[in-house]
Design a protein around this ligand. Structure first.
Ligand code: C2E
Ligand code: CA
Ligand code: CA
Length: 274
């Protein structure tokens, strides 16, 4: 019957949830969370300006579990705060040479709205920033546009972080509700255009139209613009025409990789000036 079926489904969901909870708990206890880094490059001179930190779970057999699989589970099971903190600590340590060499180099951390809404997280971040000798400007927080928290409370919470100097970026721009009135009022430092639109640059006129409108928006709001998912020279060339000041991220410049190969491929360049 339908109700028996529903009962089985609930039992299934319960088991799934419980198995994720155990999986995440064990992974965090065994320190099996790792972070890969993807370069963020300035389009005008092809210089690296920062790196996005992307979490991975290492399974018992050494395989990497992608974040799309465990981040949603971590959010529902209440582990996201622990994961974010772990990524912050790891990234601050891994990128130490880059931070020291270039005061403008920044690391971009993906945060959940739960993190932004938490004053303890702000305290934690300040403690870690200070103890690693960084400035708040070397830290960006990426918050996806699809966050469900109320916009007013999010805007207020963001303001607390940006007052302390942290850069808030709106991630996956264009995939959410895109309430432009709110975006204009939010204390953001930049917008990241979702890779869906970058990929549509070649194929559909509408892709180019949307990207050029977001460029106008970023210019009007005087915020940074980062375009994700750049895979081809052709896409980079089109973007350079549209908005020479933008930064880009994508397989064309580098895939996400562990800290050691990242530092080998993108050596820390001393930009502390004469
Ligand atoms: P995202 O923030 O949009 O991160 C960019 C994703 O696009 C990464 O997937 C990256 O590997 C992929 N990517 C980068 N360049 C290209 C490209 O040129 N082409 C294509 N097709 N893909 C590209 P990844 O690492 O699997 O991360 C997936 C998502 O998981 C992230 O999407 C982010 O929303 C979330 N995530 C990752 N790490 C964390 C974390 O520490 N905390 C939280 N809350 N979420 C995270
Ligand atoms: Ca991101
Ligand atoms: Ca994104």
């Amino acid at each position: 019957s339908a109700s028996a079926c529903l009962g089985l489904w609930h039992a299934h969901l319960y088991r799934e949830g419980r198995s994720w909870r155990q999986k995440l708990e064990r992974a965090l206890n065994d320190d099996r969370l790792t972070v890969h880094y993807q370069p963020i490059v300035r389009l005008s001179d092809n210089r690296i300006c920062g790196a996005e930190a992307l979490a991975r779970l290492v399974d018992f057999d050494g395989t990497l579990i992608p974040p799309d699989h465990f981040i949603p589970a971590a959010e529902t099971c209440g582990f996201i705060g622990q994961i974010t903190r772990s990524v912050v600590r790891r990234a601050f340590t891994d990128m130490a040479a880059h931070f020291a060499a270039d005061p403008n180099f920044y690391v971009s951390i993906n945060v959940a709205s739960e993190d932004i809404l938490s004053l303890e997280f702000l305290d934690f971040l300040e403690t870690e920033t200070r103890s690693h000798g960084l400035s708040a400007g070397q830290v960006a927080l990426e918050l996806t546009e699809r966050s469900t928290a109320s916009e007013d409370s999010l805007t207020q919470a963001m303001a607390a972080f940006s007052r302390r100097g942290y850069r808030i970026l709106i991630d996956d721009f264009g995939t959410g509700y895109s309430n432009l009135a709110y975006i204009a009022r939010m204390p953001i430092a930049g917008i990241k255009i979702d890779r869906m639109f970058t990929q549509a640059l070649d194929q559909q006129a509408i892709g180019a139209l949307i990207v050029s409108k977001v460029c106008e928006l970023a210019a009007g709001l005087k915020v940074d613009l980062i375009c994700e998912g750049v895979e081809t020279e052709d896409q980079a060339a089109r973007l350079a025409v549209m908005y020479p000041g933008m930064c880009v991220q994508g397989f064309l410049y580098g895939r996400p990789m562990p800290a050691v190969p990242f530092s080998r491929a993108f050596a820390a360049v001393d930009r502390r000036g004469p």
